[in-house]
Design a binder for this molecule. Structure first.
Ligand SMILES: *[C@@H]1O[C@H](CO)[C@@H](O)[C@H](O)[C@H]1NC(C)=O
Ligand SMILES: *[C@@H]1O[C@H](CO)[C@@H](O)[C@H](O)[C@H]1NC(C)=O
Length: 297
């Protein structure tokens, strides 16, 4: 809900913050990327903020353009990827512990990077770029191992996420401006495994995936609903389940890490929906007669 205007914030950037992500290895740590070209890592006090937090644990200086993407390595502690979304389109991978650049990936993206996503063990990451290409990159070899050109034909923004070791889910627009989701096999990118048209609307589709339940959640920016699908290994691979609808549109959406859920209440996903002036939790539960831990969930 709405909080007091005087409530302390994390306010050490000198420009607007464009992306944040909780550290998968430490619940009190957040990374942020900003228009001020810096990536900063913050340690939130255990009982929450009581005074504004100005000083980061570390400020990572290496980009010369605004930083629009930050994402933590899923398995290696203190490794963070950041991408600038100006005209340099540089991806940096940092050792946050020492503040050093581990890898600098230049000249791989000719245009704006919309998002980046690690695979499950962090051996590869994929990106969606404004040139309509989805790339799978091996950072250690500093090479693009797979490129899916024209993943979506439309000019509007795309997203790409790993949903399994060899599978990538993309969202984007068709040439006729229909919103689409598509599934790709990394070892055979001549065609998508499937592409589904959802509707015609302008909002970028933000995908969130839970590999434990195989549920894919699709939140359109500016929509007031969340659609969800089950992914399976058999054609047609993407199965519509249902839609959560509300009245007010979402300006953005956050996804709670799985271990933050209340499993004793059969909660399987929690979103944080950004409104114009508040942030609303949306809790997805599987109805059960008694609220206790269910290992089947
Ligand atoms: C990480 O996963 C990939 C499959 O996506 C596999 O080829 C690779 O061997 C794995 N690496 C490690 C270190 O387990
Ligand atoms: C690649 O995928 C396409 C579309 O799913 C399929 O038609 C084609 O047979 C596949 N090619 C190979 C070599 O598996």
């Amino acid at each position: 809900g709405r909080i007091d205007k005087a409530y302390p914030t994390v306010c050490g950037h000198t420009g607007p913050v464009l992306d944040i992500e909780w550290c998968p290895h430490n619940d009190d740590v957040i990374a942020s990327g900003s228009e001020d070209c810096a990536v900063k890592v913050w340690q939130i006090p255990e009982n929450g903020l009581v005074v504004p937090l100005m000083e980061p644990v570390v400020s990572l200086e290496g980009h010369s353009k605004r930083v629009g993407v930050v994402t933590w390595h899923p398995t290696a502690r203190n490794v963070l990827l950041s991408a600038d979304t100006g005209c340099d389109n540089v991806v940096l991978i940092w050792n946050v512990g020492t503040g050093e650049e581990l890898y600098r990936l230049e000249d791989q993206h000719p245009d704006l990077i919309y998002n980046a996503c690690w695979n499950r063990n962090g051996s590869l990451f994929c990106t969606a770029c404004k040139d309509k290409t989805v790339r799978v990159i091996d950072p250690r070899r500093e090479t693009v191992v797979v490129a899916i050109e024209k993943a979506h034909e439309g000019a509007r923004p795309m997203r790409a996420i790993f949903v399994a070791d060899n599978k990538i889910l993309t969202t984007g627009f068709s040439r006729m401006s229909e919103r689409q989701i598509a599934l790709w096999d990394q070892s055979n990118t001549s065609d998508s495994m499937i592409v589904q048209e959802l509707d015609t609307s302008n909002g970028v589709l933000l995908p969130f995936y839970d590999p434990d339940t195989n549920i894919l959640y699709i939140c359109g920016k500016g929509d007031s609903s969340i659609r969800y699908f089950e992914l399976t290994d058999e054609s047609p691979y993407i199965h519509f389940l249902s839609t959560f609808s509300s009245k007010e549109p979402q300006r953005g959406m956050g996804f709670m890490p799985k271990r933050g859920l209340d499993v004793n209440k059969c909660e399987i996903a929690r979103f944080y929906k950004l409104h114009e002036r508040k942030c609303e939790p949306i809790i997805m539960t599987v109805p059960r007669k008694v609220s206790v831990f269910k290992d089947s969930l």
